[in-house]
Design a protein. Sequence first.
Length: 261
Amino acid sequence: MNISGNTVFIPGSTSGIGLALALELKARGNTVIVGGRRTELLERIAAEHPGIDTVRIDTTDPASITAAAQQVLADHPDLNVLVTMAGVMHVEDWRDPASFLATAEATVTTNVLGPIRLIAAFVEHLRGRPDATLMTVSSGLAFAPLRATPSYNASKAAIHMLSESVRLQLAGTSVKVVELEPPSVRTALLPGHETNELAMPLDEFVKEAVGLLETRPDAEEIQVERVKFLRYGEARGDYDQVVATLNGADPHGKQTAGTRP
């Protein structure tokens, strides 16, 4: 995708990677719309960052997605980039069905059905733009599992294959499908993770990812160096070592991804 001159909607961007990406893209000369569930956060973002538009959206609610899409397209008919950022991550113990079923269902609803519904709401409009981008967000854990988060791993693997498949279907149209594949990044996706020294600093991740978008405008997968340890374990032939390294520090799975560069 071109790095400037776009109109970008990022649902799920009131904090973490989403907000940092929104601010970086705005600084690069893009019009940015931030979406999220909590109106107080949206109001604070609008006050602290003049020029960023905001819209309330709950990506677990089909009606909310429909209403937000109508609002965004009415206010920004030149929208040409959608980033399906919203996501959740929960620690689960699959030896106890009573403890994991609700979080597993919530994870799939947010991380898989949410992006599917967002794409459905915007793809027709994007196809009508001369140069459009659909950016999905998977994870290094789509390619190597973290023991503690089975549903999250599976949901991100689903997003990877969804991205591959939708790219095939949209080939020959004006819409590029780009998959952003973060490693472990210092955000609040899990409690306390924003201070995890094993994870990649948020600002470093966003700077490197946006730099890749700038230098590789035709890239289909955006991979910072730190995610390649996870992404290519199977291709290198050291998948078992990758999984062991990822999960070896703590028998309860509390060690997070990104322990290797």
